[in-house]
Design a protein around this ligand. Structure first.
Ligand code: AMP
Ligand code: ZN
Length: 139
């Protein structure tokens, strides 16, 4: 059985508040925070609080909870950031581009005519812009 927390996991450290993140939604099972290498303005991640590597490992109730939180965040990016659409994306396994091995659902706002093509090439974001988008997405 996977323990609740993996001591070497970056996202477990975010859950524990040990490294900073711009948290925009949370409930008993999940938290959502801004991605620091955004594919588009408002790119966020939704994760279970309990450590799970990927879609195969995650508790089904946690997966349901992640989906529900992703739906909430997806609605906010439309309403508050003016996105015209949303990509929900999970990568499970290195071959599927997973780089952080704590399950996460990407919520990627899409804008009319935006140049984003998936997979995107990660590049450092503008921290002020990330924080500003995060502010708009908080409850
Ligand atoms: P994936 O490649 O699907 O495993 O996605 C991992 C995502 O985590 C990437 O989009 C990274 O930009 C993002 N990421 C990595 N470290 C952090 C962090 N400390 N805070 C927020 N997002 C992060
Ligand atoms: Zn973890």
């Amino acid at each position: 059985m996977t323990p609740e927390r993996d001591p070497d996991c970056l996202f477990c450290q975010i859950v524990a508040g040990e490294i900073p993140a711009t948290v925009i939604a949370e409930d008993e099972r999940t938290i959502a925070f801004m991605d620091i290498n955004p594919a588009s303005r408002g790119h966020a991640l939704v994760i279970p609080r309990a450590h799970a590597r990927d879609v195969h490992d995650i508790d089904t109730d946690d997966l349901r909870a992640v989906a529900a939180t992703a739906q909430t965040v997806a609605a906010r990016v439309i309403e508050r950031l003016g996105a015209a659409g949303v990509n929900l994306l999970n990568s499970s396994g290195a071959a599927a581009w997973q780089t952080v091995f704590h399950f996460h659902m990407h919520v990627i706002p899409r804008y009319e005519g935006d140049p984003l093509r998936l997979p995107w090439v990660p590049a450092s974001g503008d921290m002020a812009q990330i924080a500003a988008a995060g502010e708009q997405l908080k409850p």
